[in-house]
Design a protein. Structure first.
Length: 481
């Protein structure tokens, strides 16, 4: 701090309007109020000089992201002091709260009760709330008599490892504006009830320990985004599955995110959920591999059965597909893409591995796959094989195995056409608008590279004609001009 105060750098000449934008960016991060060696960014900025302090104190929004972490044996009194400071400086603005309760035995119940009272007094200001609970009673913060309602709460996340023998009941107070619900209690599924505002939710996240009864998901008639995750090592007890002859129809969901595990038994949970609910309006599908288990178990495989059933049963008009950290071969990817000609956006991030798992991982973005994306005229391909992804306009690639500058640039040129757009019109193929390619990263380089810098440089012409294109090689931006 002393170095900053004594500095004669140009930073002191930055206009207040620009400083405000910088402070907006710095303060708009995951809330942290206290950590052993990390002072909250709001406090750090306000301590630099009197002028910065004036800006910080005159903008209550900078103090609305609050994290209270009571998980240390060192005591939680510093947490109380900082919590009170942030509550005062945030004025009456809505709050984004992150609360971690202590492991049983670390602190007296009197201190926990004091924390409850401080937080409950601000329940009318909660905008988002994330609780990490270690005892079932910690969820009482959301019940009578501590609070009567959460009038402004829009997002609720529940995490933790509970001490109870059975899943706790929800029985929460009214939340008339709640839109997002993420229950991820590790070892005891919550027992849902009909008083919870399921019909309001637009985003819901489910994993093996979310809910003891999945039938309540059918009440989410306004749901737009469903996330299904199987990313825990705990032994799974399957939730109660409602008996229905046909899947319940969720008319509204536009986005489905699947986070898959290398463990086959846990992937079964995804099948359970998708067997229960049909989503005919789905437009955005994300399939991600759980990276927390990759070091020990390798990458998750592409779920063939799940995807085939989903596509053929629901017949949804898929426009966006993202496949990240999934082991899938080039042929299997191509086969699936031929079933989704409506795609306009495709994002593929290859699973990266070094060591024993590297040879076991299938990487789809081969040179042949790149060539299969090339636009071809009607007479150039057989009548039995349609053009792959004729509506593609946006392409994001993260590649770790092999890359050919020539195949990449040929594909882009074929989907752009010449200046009078003749190729695009003749072949009825949508023109590319955006292409982003990351070749390896700062830690891992490409295994195989067929390099030709003149080919990439030639793409600068398309840039000037309106195509957005970005190439990042091993973490460094490639300048095409």
């Amino acid at each position: 701090m002393n170095h900053w105060r004594c500095s004669t750098a140009l930073i002191w000449k930055i206009p207040d309007e620009l400083l405000g934008l910088i402070f907006d960016y710095l303060c708009d991060v995951e809330p942290r109020v206290y950590r052993k060696s990390r002072v909250p960014i709001s406090l750090r900025l306000s301590a630099v000089c009197s002028h910065w302090r004036f800006i910080m104190l005159s903008t209550p929004w900078y103090w609305t992201k609050i994290s209270v972490r009571c998980t240390s044996t060192r005591g939680i009194l510093p947490e109380f002091h900082l919590l009170q400071l942030f509550l005062e400086r945030s004025k009456e603005n809505l709050l984004d709260l992150n609360v971690s309760f202590p492991i049983s035995g670390f602190h007296t119940q009197e201190l926990i009760l004091q924390l409850f009272k401080m937080l409950a007094a601000q329940a009318h200001r909660w905008n988002s709330l994330e609780i990490f609970a270690t005892q079932s009673q910690h969820l009482c913060l959301l019940r009578h008599p501590y609070i009567s309602s959460c009038l402004e709460l829009t997002s609720l996340t529940l995490r933790g490892v509970l001490d109870s023998q059975e899943g706790p009941a929800m029985n929460f107070v009214p939340m008339p504006k709640l839109k997002s619900f993420i229950p991820r209690v590790f070892n005891r599924p919550l027992r849902p009830d009909s008083s919870f505002p399921w019909h309001q939710l637009t985003k819901l996240s489910l994993d093996c320990w979310s809910l003891s009864d999945l039938s309540f998901v059918g009440l989410c008639k306004n749901l737009l985004h469903l996330r299904i995750s199987v990313d825990y090592d705990s032994e799974m007890t399957p939730p109660r599955v409602p008996k229905a002859p046909v899947p319940s129809v969720l008319e509204q969901p536009r986005m489905l995110t699947l986070v898959l595990s290398p463990s086959e038994p846990k992937t079964r949970f995804v099948e359970i959920v998708l067997d229960l609910f049909a989503m005919p309006a789905l437009a955005h599908l994300e399939v991600e591999g759980d990276t927390s288990e990759q070091a020990d178990h390798g990458a998750a495989d592409w779920p063939f059965g799940i995807m085939d059933v989903l596509i053929e049963r629901d017949l949804f008009p898929l426009t966006t597909l993202a496949i990240h950290n999934i082991s899938i071969s080039e042929n299997d990817l191509t086969t699936f893409l031929r079933k989704t000609p409506s795609l306009t956006t495709l994002s593929i991030q290859e699973a990266q591995f070094e060591g024993s798992f590297e040879k076991q991982i299938s990487s789809p973005i081969s040179i042949n796959f790149m060539r299969s994306l090339c636009a071809v005229s009607g007479e150039e391909h057989s009548s039995t094989e349609a053009q792959l992804l004729p509506n593609l306009t946006t392409l994001y690639l993260t590649i770790y195995k092999e890359f050919s500058d020539e195949a990449f640039t040929d594909m882009i040129h074929s989907r752009w056409g010449d200046e009078d757009h003749s190729l695009t019109q003749e072949s009825s193929i949508s023109r590319l608008k955006e292409v982003v390619a990351h070749l390896g990263d700062q830690d891992i380089s490409l295994s195989k590279r067929d390099s030709d810098s003149t080919k990439l440089k030639a793409l600068s012409t398309l840039q000037h004609q309106g195509l957005f294109i970005e190439v990042v090689d091993s973490g460094d931006y490639v300048y095409l001009d």
